[in-house]
Design a protein around this ligand. Sequence first.
Ligand code: ZN
Length: 201
Amino acid sequence: MAKNISTTQDGDEFIVSFKDTHNTIVNAMRRIILDEVPTFAIEDVEVVKNESPLYSETVAHRLGLVPLKTDLKSYNFKESCTCGGVGCALCEVKLTLAQKEEGYVFSGSIKSDDPQIVPADMNIPITKLFPGNELELNLKAVLGRGRVHAKWAPAHTYLKEGDKNEVNLVIESFGQLDSKDIYNNAIDILVEKINELESNL
Ligand SMILES: [Zn+2]
């Protein structure tokens, strides 16, 4: 049988080339990546002190969009965790963000209880502090899926026409997971879904 799928790693991009495959199949993979492959994101922000010029809601929203490096093996989804969704060390990561120095507050100042779950980019500006102002926040991050909120989407991914009868699926990670791992994870999810479908027949 001829090989219909080949892959290339191009810097941060992982490209999967499909030959003689209908675009709808490739697009299904794209949708699974965007909607189903889980990542960590900040979901809970407790404001101890916010003397920055931004509203706490705005600061919380900006923190939600900081990509966090994600370890999929050690954590459960909160809703299906053994704690019954209350929140525990298996489904939540605690982080803090505290700064007294004037100037920009960057994602790199976020401290995590788990060294595996840290900002993927240290240079995202969160807010700014004027002299004498303080910011102190307690944060919780949980696993989630892009179909619930785009902040959990793992990558920028799109279809690109290739050579004759070829279409490329380009996956560019936001930093939570490796681009190739995102693809492999999406395959596992697709297989799981097919099995589920089969067992329901
Ligand atoms: Zn739990």
